[in-house]
Design a protein around this ligand. Structure first.
Ligand code: GRF
Length: 224
């Protein structure tokens, strides 16, 4: 029998995206894809409690080490996970070059805006939504992309737009984006595991099926 497709998830925060993955890919699945290990950038975060609750092995990366030691620790975790895919689900550290090289095209990140806008160093959490609101953009959304050596930079794999509404503040916008993140990320991971989404040796993605049924933007008619 083919071994199950194993997913490692790196986290830094509350882990709601991790939860969406745990709900879809449980460890008890013998044949299907499963989350095999959760790796946190710091202790005490909500994501660790979620891994614990799901009975998924977890660990914390060493703090205050140089990039080479961090890379070594990450590679070791990926080995322990038997990872076919690494998902960054709210992970705030830059993935060191040796890790990207060893797993090129097999690392996904989710970002809470429509890249290439509103991404890059320092663009995380509330700051992303503040920047979107400040820009006057009328659309935001979620992006899943392949991870390369730079923050929020690798090839885009999938996006899901959401409207920016008149009275949005960073929290209401974040909540609307998060809702689609929780649907998009497991779907993309599932497609990857199924071979519906593949990557070439340079890490460029290719879809072998369509992700959305149609492309309609349905207008709300004005009252006049
Ligand atoms: C999400 O908005 C994700 O897009 C970003 O960090 C946030 C993590 O949230 N990279 P959570 O920890 O999954 O709840």
């Amino acid at each position: 029998m083919k071994p199950p497709f194993q997913i490692a998830v790196f986290v830094s925060g509350s882990g709601t995206n991790l939860q969406a993955l745990l709900d879809r890919f449980s460890l008890s699945s013998t044949a299907g894809p499963r989350v095999s290990r959760v790796v946190a950038s710091r202790p005490g975060i909500g994501a660790i409690a979620r891994a614990e609750q799901a009975g998924v092995p977890w660990s914390v990366l060493p703090a205050g080490v140089d990039s080479d030691s961090l890379a070594e620790a990450m590679l070791n975790e990926l080995e322990l996970a038997g990872a076919d895919l690494l998902v960054l689900a709210g992970f705030l550290k830059l993935i060191p070059e040796p890790v990207v090289r060893a797993h090129r095209g097999r690392i996904l990140n989710i970002h809470p805006a429509l890249l290439p806008a509103f991404g890059g160093p320092g663009m995380y959490g509330r700051r992303v939504h503040e920047a979107v609101l400040q820009s006057g953009a009328r659309i935001s959304g979620a992006t899943v992309h392949i991870v390369d050596e730079q923050y929020d930079h690798g090839p885009i794999v999938a996006q899901w737009p959401v409207p920016v509404l008149e009275h949005d503040d960073p929290e209401t916008l974040a909540a609307r984006v998060l809702e689609v993140e929780h649907r998009l990320l497991p779907e993309v991971v599932d497609a990857f595991a199924a071979g519906d989404l593949t990557t070439d040796p340079a890490g460029r993605p290719k879809w072998n099926r369509t992700l959305f049924r149609d492309e309609r933007f349905v207008l709300v008619p004005s009252k006049s």
